[in-house]
Design a protein around this ligand. Structure first.
Ligand SMILES: Nc1nc2c(ncn2[C@@H]2O[C@H](COP(=O)(O)OP(=O)(O)OP(=O)(O)O)[C@@H](O)[C@H]2O)c(=O)[nH]1
Ligand SMILES: [Mg+2]
Length: 419
């Protein structure tokens, strides 16, 4: 048995209610877990919520209840049990011992499965593979057979006395170090590409999965990106030029969505994909205004941005899917999101207002400086005029006097080059 989810497999979901997580919250999270299962191609046949006062280190919930859930799953013909809460490697192993013919997964395992299914480019495949192998390593049990076949025969033959699990572990470690090397190479290429874009003003669309980032990207740039009512439709970063008005143009990027409890190693291994977000001059946070969970979504986004080290980048909040809710509700949400833009990406509503707002943000992020550079520093003179607007150019005896205007980070770069 492996932990892959196949089409039409039947799934039983389990949510844990505790003192810090009340029933309504658990219900919401299970609803989202249902969507994740649907995205993975399987079918939810039952949901169980269980109150716990004390976490059982062996099985998360009480052992008696754990056994009961397994027999319930067998009774309704479920092949998989998925916990919304993270299970420790030991807990997964214990469940595997109790449930011989049922796969046990947690939300992280499910998310990784979806990422694996959706990854298409070499970069995404490598990143997901790394996160998946790191997840798998401590969780290997006897149930995970076929691993050698799955990994394409990179392994060596079993030595005397070695168990299958030890061989599998060794295979995974070898694979992890190879994937890390490949990712380093990809990151280096990305670095070179991004260097070329350094002088441009970069705007990144960021948000919870399914918020409508790709729809907005298409509405703004006309690019034919993949849009679908499912979670994690986009895994790769797409970048296009966007002309905002006669004097403002930016590079806009669309990228992978976030979700609550996004596995940490997934965020880490997606570093090269998320590079555009990290290096952006402005992050446009796209939120689904029709969701009751909008505050929770924003918390998740802020947490992931912090996790990535992108929490210093200026942000603009965009509330999307306004066509789905009443004017009253719009007014209510608007009050808690001052300085936001309310749009409908799908119906192309308020898109020009959004463009104006991005221009405003750009302007507030701009700076004008005067520089004096000796003629002998030809290279610096050339660089100081790249990615900025040259307002004045005065030639004097030994120096050139430049008045330039540009994004603050770019101006900072130029000044450090002059000094
Ligand atoms: N009603 C309505 N639906 C929208 C709007 N914008 C996007 N959608 C729908 O929301 C779903 C998700 O849209 P995407 O653009 O794929 O969302 P995303 O944020 O890129 O999602 P991921 O790439 O999966 O993270 C699609 O079914 C869109 O048609 C909108 O303004 N109004
Ligand atoms: Mg998308």
């Amino acid at each position: 048995m492996d932990n892959k989810i196949s089409e039409q497999e039947k799934v039983l979901l389990v949510g844990v209610i505790s003192q810090i997580k009340k029933e309504s919250v658990v219900e919401e999270h299970l609803q989202e877990l249902c969507l994740l299962v649907k995205t993975a191609g399987a079918e939810v046949v039952g949901k169980i919520t269980q109150k716990v006062t004390k976490i059982n280190p062996a099985t998360l919930i009480g052992t008696g209840k754990a056994k009961q859930i397994i027999s319930q799953a067998e009774g309704i013909g479920a092949q998989i049990i998925i916990f919304d809460d993270e299970l420790s490697p030991a807990q997964i192993k214990n469940y595997h011992k109790m449930a011989k013919n049922i796969k046990i997964l947690d939300r992280n395992g499910l998310i990784l499965d979806i990422f694996k299914k959706h990854a298409q480019t070499k970069e995404a495949i490598t990143q997901v593979d790394l996160a998946y192998m790191e997840y798998l390593l401590p969780r290997l049990t006897r149930q995970w057979t076929h691993l050698e076949r799955q990994m394409g025969g990179i392994g060596t033959r079993a030595g005397m006395g070695e168990t299958q699990i030890e061989i599998d572990r060794r295979l995974i470690r070898t694979r992890i170090s190879r994937l890390k090397k490949e990712l380093k190479k990809i990151e280096k290429e990305r670095g070179t590409q991004s260097l070329k874009r350094k002088s441009e003003y970069r705007v990144s669309l960021v948000g919870y999965t399914n918020a409508g980032k790709s729809t907005l990207f298409k509405a703004l740039t006309g690019a034919n990106v993949f849009i679908k009512d499912q979670l994690f439709a986009t895994l790769d970063t797409t970048i296009r030029k966007l002309i905002l008005d006669s004097s403002h143009k930016v590079l806009l990027s669309d990228t992978v969505g976030f979700i609550r409890k996004l596995p940490h190693n997934l965020v880490a291994s997606f570093r090269s994909t998320l590079r555009e977000v990290l290096e952006a001059d402005l992050i446009v946070i796209v939120l689904d205004i029709s969701s009751n969970e909008i505050d929770d979504h924003l918390d998740t986004i802020n947490n992931v941005l912090e996790d990535m080290g992108a929490n210093d980048v200026p942000v603009l909040h965009v509330l999307n899917k306004a066509d789905k809710i009443s004017d009253d509700k719009i007014e209510k949400v608007k009050r808690s999101f001052i300085d936001s833009v309310i749009i409908s990406a799908q119906h192309h509503l308020m898109i020009s207002e959004l463009k104006k707002k991005i221009v405003e943000k750009m302007e507030s992020n701009f700076q004008t400086v005067e520089l004096q550079i000796p003629y002998k520093d030809g290279k610096i003179i050339a660089e100081a005029q790249q990615g900025v607007k040259v307002l004045e150019r005065n030639f004097e005896d030994h120096i050139i006097r430049l008045k330039i205007r540009g994004a603050k980070p770019r101006i900072k770069q130029i000044i450090s080059g002059v000094n």
